[in-house]
Write a protein that binds this ligand. Structure first.
Ligand code: PEP
Ligand code: MG
Length: 553
């Protein structure tokens, strides 16, 4: 039996299924035998015990798992939820029931919002279950420990579970729910766990079934044949060899260099990225400095954070992106929450320009950090859509002492004008996540249009080709720093379209490095032509895959 889902990363795993234990039963809706005060006290205690536990799991896990767990801890103590629970206790309900109902109401609200918010519903369910378990004196539902390596099958995994998964015991993960932007997917990607999410048919898998998880092809094979298992084992061994191979600089088989850089969201992942062979940073997202803050941090605070990250990359290129606020990353002090269409609104460079002091402070902090370290600092602006904006940003960055300034190509208009844009910018970096969203007119956060959000679409690739060609003519570097760079076969196509560097989450570096090394520039260019000739993303992917099989013979 074959089940389909969304594969995260490129891994393969084989092993017996162990299902996540069932959620706690719904607490009975019967009047409490305790006083209202007593119920209130024990409920408050349970909420704070759970919040503290989530915070301490976060501290142990570190990285972006910590952010997720801390956000969950905040859910447990959210004042409006506590108000709702209090009101329910006042009507005579038990703590267990009041917590269950209040969280369920909030959950419905999130699901109704769709997309990214709906994918947070699993996080909320987990908090609710933990509080109810704490109140009932039961263990919190969590990952089973059968005493042997296993493939974990769950409806969805709570961030608290994913963050602390024992990577020695869990061979892989299959979830029924979850999309490509769910926390399970994000954390699995970060921890290099072989995972498939959104596998509807996984409800039919039972404990002890042997399965092959093939994230690369987005399929789970249940009850595989001996030959299928042997093939999967060979792929696992080949991948392990790739990952353990010394991390040489990225290059095609003919020696054409393709520097492989890391995407970082804070200084925390820098050391690990270097270990995995990152040749620098192609996208340092700076939003973490601003998110949750009431006002922009000072020049000195920013400088300190930039120095902390830059110190890991002496002599290496580090591309820092100016604050990208708005749409999926809103900031109260910079964005207008009432915009009807924030993805098309005052976001990225547009927002910075109307509050130029924030941009000036950030560029000043960066120039000072550049002077203080040996890293080669480049800076770029997000959400640029015109030549005029390019000239504005590059001019300002140069004026404030940054020698290499460029633009992200995330809007089709900029890609189409690349030959003019690159006259003024020192480099371009293509953000394929947004470029795909704007080219296909499909909100990247919305599950219902996720099928359009595919960077293999020839329309997206044509735009990449425009930028690559302009870069070649004007001798300006052209990078890709969107998720597309982490897809090994698409990475080869991008290079064939004229892209000179690729930047991705560090866990993807080994697979991309190995794939690039298989083909010459002439072959990469042939793959690019094949992809451009397709009618849609699926055809482009399949045609390049078929051509690569021929080329490998
Ligand atoms: C992109 O849009 O491709 C990109 C790299 O930026 P972000 O995902 O942060 O919007
Ligand atoms: Mg973007």
């Amino acid at each position: 039996m074959e089940l389909r889902g969304i594969g995260i990363g490129q891994g393969v795993a084989v092993g017996p299924v162990v299902r996540m234990s069932d959620p706690l039963p719904e607490p009975a809706d019967q009047p409490s035998t305790r006083s209202q005060h007593e119920e209130m006290e024990r409920t408050k205690r349970a909420l704070s015990v759970v919040a503290a536990d989530l915070n301490s799991r976060g501290a142990r896990a570190g990285g972006s798992a910590q952010d997720v767990l801390e956000a969950q801890a905040m859910m447990a103590e959210d004042p409006s939820l506590v108000d709702d629970i209090t009101a329910r206790l006042a009507s005579g309900k038990t703590g267990e029931r009041a917590v269950f109902e209040a969280f369920a109401t909030y959950r419905e609200l999130l699901v109704g919002m769709g997309g990214y918010m709906a994918e947070r519903a699993a996080d909320l369910d987990d908090v609710s279950q933990r509080v109810v378990a704490e109140l009932s004196g039961l263990p919190a539902p969590g990952v089973p420990d059968p005493g042997y390596p296993f493939v974990l099958v769950a409806r969805d995994l709570a961030p608290a579970d994913t963050a602390l998964l024992d990577l020695g015991a869990v061979l892989g993960l299959v979830t029924v729910d979850g999309g490509p932007t769910s926390h399970t997917a994000i954390l699995a990607r970060e921890k290099s766990i072989v995972a498939l999410v959104g596998v509807q048919g996984a409800v039919d898998l039972t404990d002890g079934d042997t399965v092959i998880l093939d994230a690369e092809n987005g399929v789970v094979v249940s009850g595989p044949s001996g030959a299928e298992i042997a093939d999967a084992q060979a792929r696992i061994a080949a991948r392990a060899a790739r990952i353990n191979a010394p991390a040489l600089p990225g290059a095609l088989s003919d020696g054409t260099p393709v520097p492989l850089l890391a995407n970082l969201g804070s200084a925390d992942g820098a050391a690990h990225a270097v270990e995995l062979g990152a040749e620098g940073v192609g996208l340092f997202r700076t939003e973490f400095l601003f998110l949750g803050a009431a006002a922009a941090p000072s020049v000195e605070e920013q400088q300190e954070q930039y120095v902390r990250m830059l110190q890991h990359f002496p002599g290496k290129k580090v591309v820092v992106r100016a604050l990208d606020a708005g749409a999926d990353k809103p900031l109260a002090f910079l964005n207008d929450a009432d915009e009807e269409n924030p993805a098309l609104g005052l976001r990225g460079l547009r927002a910075l320009r109307v509050t130029e002091s924030i941009l000036r402070d950030q560029l000043t902090a960066l120039a000072r950090a550049d002077a203080e370290t040996d890293a080669d600092v480049w800076v770029m602006a997000p959400m640029v859509s015109t030549v005029e904006e390019t000239r504005y940003f590059v001019g300002l960055a140069h004026e404030l002492g940054l020698k290499t300034a460029g633009v992200m190509v995330e809007v089709p208009s900029l890609a189409l004008m690349a030959d003019r844009v690159l006259v003024h910018a020192d480099f371009a970096s293509i953000g394929t996540n947004d470029l795909t969203q704007y080219t296909l007119a499909a909100d990247r956060m919305l599950g219902t249009v996720a099928a359009f959000q595919d960077p293999w679409h020839p329309a997206v690739l044509r735009l990449v080709g425009e930028v690559g060609a302009a870069g070649a003519t004007l001798a300006k570097p052209v990078g890709v720093c969107g998720e597309a760079a982490a897809d090994p076969q698409l990475a080869v196509v991008l290079v064939g379209l004229g892209v000179t560097t690729l930047s991705m989450s560090a866990s993807a570096l080994a697979d991309v490095r190995a794939e690039l090394a298989k083909y010459s520039l002439v072959e990469a260019q042939a793959f690019a032509r094949i992809a451009l000739d397709a009618d849609d993303a699926a055809e482009a992917r399949a045609a390049v895959h078929a051509a690569s099989q021929v080329s490998a013979q």
